[in-house]
Write a protein that binds this ligand. Structure first.
Ligand SMILES: Nc1nc2c(ncn2[C@@H]2O[C@H](COP(=O)(O)OP(=O)(O)O)[C@@H](O)[C@H]2O)c(=O)[nH]1
Ligand SMILES: [Mg+2]
Length: 254
């Protein structure tokens, strides 16, 4: 089984130098699967790309894609396309660079795929799942996005956590049935992708995880003047998206 970890990065130099060795360690310890690690960097001004490039020279399981910054969704689509077409992934595992999800969840997620689950979703909202280090503001933000828009408006009830990046998705018969066109360009990608997956499988599993707030680097979901325009654009896109999903679910499933 070939597992491709997809890590989108924007200004994550301090995190990626710590995360890559951890992923490589898991890759080398797991004798039953082949793990490849794909970093999708958008020409980060902090030179994350250069650090990763250097790492690829001594670690053949690590790959780097670079490109213009067009949003998290666009970066994920570039990563998925490369993982499927070039790296021939059997399972893809997207993840954040900032240790939001501890790498210790990777093997348990893959065991669920071995057991027959098609989509494992890291979840804060099942027994044992939680957030750590989140501000009240961020929690409210998440409730509005996850419960109000994704659950109530869009009607996605197959899982209860729609916006986390950490997932394990089977390719054969699942991801390979989906086109990679017409996805949101921002963080709404993760919610919309989940909805698309509900159209091709019912085999979901929510793995309880602790979703930590980053300790290094800057969040892109933020009022920081560097990121605010992208953040507001992504929020507007997310709201429109929930109504689009609602409308599609009604017209397709009835
Ligand atoms: N390539 C790329 N990565 C991005 C972009 N925006 C965010 N990311 C990465 O996506 C992941 C999630 O973003 P993050 O800022 O951690 O969001 P938060 O943890 O929810 O506040 C991190 O690894 C970011 O570096 C983008 O526009 N392009
Ligand atoms: Mg994060």
């Amino acid at each position: 089984m070939r597992v491709v970890h997809i890590i989108p990065t924007y200004n994550e130099k301090e995190n990626i130098v710590l995360l890559l060795p951890e992923l490589v360690k898991i890759a080398r310890q797991d004798k039953t699967r082949k793990h490849l690690i794909l970093v999708v960097d958008d020409n980060s001004p902090d030179r994350t790309g250069e650090v990763v490039k250097k790492f690829t020279l001594t670690h053949p399981e690590v790959f780097l894609l670079t490109g213009q910054k067009q949003g998290l969704g666009k970066a994920m689509i570039r990563g998925l396309t490369y993982a499927l077409e070039k790296l021939k992934a059997d399972v893809v595992i997207p993840n954040e660079a900032d240790f939001a999800f501890d790498p210790k969840y990777i093997l348990p997620a893959l065991e669920k795929v071995d057991e027959g689950v098609d989509v494992v979703v890291g979840s804060r909202h099942v027994g044992g799942g939680q957030t750590e280090g989140w501000t009240t503001n961020r929690k409210i933000n998440h409730w509005v996005a996850n419960t109000f828009f994704a659950t109530w408006v869009a009607g996605i009830r197959e899982v209860s956590d729609h916006n986390g990046a950490f997932r394990a998705v089977r390719v054969k018969g699942v991801q390979d049935k989906l086109s990679l066109r017409n996805y949101p360009t921002g963080f709404g990608f993760f919610c919309y992708w989940l909805y698309r997956l509900t159209r091709v499988t019912e085999k979901f599993y929510e793995l309880p995880v602790t979703y930590k707030f980053r300790v290094r680097g800057e969040s892109k979901i933020s009022f920081n003047p560097k990121y605010i325009m992208g953040y507001l654009r992504d929020v507007a896109e997310y709201i429109k998206l929930s109504f689009k999903i609602r409308q599609e679910r009604y017209t397709i499933k009835r």
